[in-house]
Design a protein around this ligand. Structure first.
Ligand code: FRU
Length: 492
């Protein structure tokens, strides 16, 4: 059991990070809070060349409570530097019980945060209202606006499930904001507002409302958290985090935006694992759309309490619009600067059975290229103990074209309600299966053919669960190429 940490005082962060670095479940090249609870990425912005990442953070413990905004910056998208807490709840104000998720914009040189202030009423009900804060010292300290809340709640007369998470952009001289909500009995919605000054807002209409009764192609639920709306190629994307009395998963619509109306043309999961949630993105000075999400824990509260920390930020993912108007996703190329000792294997025929590869580790990038051949399944085993009792399987099944991660035997004790998660990677013609797999402590992030992403959490119970194997079943697949790199830590 770890002694409780207090992350109010940034001077303590280096010592706290050193103390927690020995925890084998703690990632070494994914961003994590110095200690304690982390959830959504917030306020992602590149300011004078520097990337700023804020995050939902409990300064007093590793479970969700009394939410502040933590703050980190990076000049290379890979190494992060901690800064002092950016936003803390102010007693007797609209954010008295939490500074919930929001965004950052550049208001003609004035950095401005737009976020959800949370208050808890006498009857225990939580209420979120839109607040703003500005900085005049380069995004370090923030002053809350006297006019807060700048939006006092849902549009009058609208019966909403919940209401929060403003996301703001500018078109010409006008600011626009979408806020996550749900219309009772109808479905999740992203409500569109406009403003000339970020202080006075006019409600326009729902940018989009889902249908809670539809499962085609996927269920978008009764309420959307953290909507994000941005152009990608010549289309627009609306990211939603589906909430139904709890956080579910992330999906995105691709469509066209004209006259402040969004017409979706497709809808897909943004990550097919069970960990990724509440992503936020920025457009950087190279025009790239870069997204981070919260990788939720997949272990119980007691385990998080004992660890002293909870929650991981995903790797930065670069989004693109593919020729078929779906969203492509790749790890930011900057991550390659972390690559160290290298192993390569070429053209390994995998008849039915398993081949142990001479590569070990829990802080690795792996690139594996498979020709599925006539095998029924092929894939990799990672985090494997020498006797094979503990392992995590990454499986591609030819008949269904599904890529899954099977965590049934990832650890000796923990159970999970959904140990197998995944989605379809439709390979066309002779297309090879190209997997980039990032293992980092308890984190696994998989990018398949730059169009499917799957993040999961693994809590191996054995220190020697570090092995890797390749396999095929029901025929022969070829492992055309296998590369692995030891990855450096981003904390020195
Ligand atoms: C998403 C979310 C947001 C909310 C924040 C509170 O994970 O529930 O809707 O603003 O977390 O921490």
């Amino acid at each position: 059991m770890t002694e409780g940490f207090d992350t109010r005082d940034a001077a303590q962060y280096p010592a706290i990070r050193r103390q927690l670095a020995a925890d084998p479940y703690r990632p070494r090249y994914h961003f994590v809070a110095p200690a304690n609870w982390l959830n959504d990425p917030n306020g992602c912005i590149q300011w004078q060349g520097t990337y700023h990442l804020f995050y939902q953070h409990n300064v007093a413990g590793p479970l969700w409570s009394d939410i502040h905004w933590g703050h980190a910056t990076s000049t290379d998208l890979v190494h992060w530097r901690d800064h002092a807490i950016a936003l803390a709840p102010t007693p007797d104000s609209p954010d008295a019980d939490g500074c919930w998720s929001g965004c950052a914009v550049d208001n003609d040189g004035v950095p401005t945060l737009i976020y959800s202030g949370n208050t808890i009423g006498a009857d225990g009900t939580r209420r979120q209202q839109t607040c703003i804060a500005t900085s005049n010292d380069g995004l370090q300290t923030w002053e809350k606006h006297p006019a807060n809340p700048v939006i006092a709640g849902p549009p009058p007369g609208m019966e909403t499930v919940q209401y929060r998470d403003p996301s703001v952009w500018r078109e010409d001289a006008t600011w626009y904001c979408v806020t996550g909500s749900g219309i009772v009995g109808i479905g999740g919605t992203a409500l569109l507002y406009r403003s000339a000054d970020l202080v006075h807002w006019d409600y326009m209409h729902p940018l989009l409302t889902g249908d809670v009764g539809s499962h085609d192609p996927l269920w978008t639920g009764p309420m959307w958290e953290c909507p994000q709306f941005f152009p990608l190629g010549n289309k627009h994307v609306l990211l939603i985090s589906v909430w139904d009395s709890g956080t579910k998963y992330v999906a995105h619509y691709v469509g066209t935006y004209a006259n402040h109306r969004f017409t979706p043309e497709s809808l897909a999961y943004t990550d097919v694992g069970g960990s990724f949630y509440a992503p936020q993105s920025l457009q950087d000075d190279r025009g790239r759309r870069i997204m981070w999400g919260w990788l939720r824990e997949r272990r119980d509260r007691d385990a998080q309490q004992a660890a002293g920390w909870s929650g991981v930020m995903s790797l930065p993912r670069v989004l693109s619009l593919l020729p078929d108007n779906t969203v492509g996703v790749a790890p930011a190329p900057e991550l390659m600067m972390l690559r160290g000792a290298y192993t390569e294997i070429v053209n390994h025929d995998l008849a039915s059975g398993e081949a142990i590869l001479d590569v070990y580790g829990d802080c690795l990038e792996i690139r594996a290229v498979f020709a599925p051949g006539d095998a029924q399944t092929c894939g990799l085993v990672v985090r494997r103990s020498p006797d094979g009792a503990e392992e995590t399987r990454i499986i591609y099944e030819a008949a269904t074209q599904r890529l899954t991660v099977d965590r049934t035997r990832s650890n000796a004790t923990a159970r999970s309600d959904d140990p197998i998660t995944g989605g379809v990677v439709a390979l066309t013609g002779d297309e090879l299966l190209v997997l980039r797999i990032f293992l980092d402590g308890s984190t696994i992030e998989i990018f398949a053919n730059e169009r499917l992403c799957l993040a999961e959490r693994i809590y191996a119970s054995r220190a020697d669960s570090l092995g890797i194997a390749a396999f095929a079943t029901g025929g022969t697949a070829t492992l055309r190429q296998f590369e692995a790199w030891n990855m450096a830590s981003i904390w020195e």
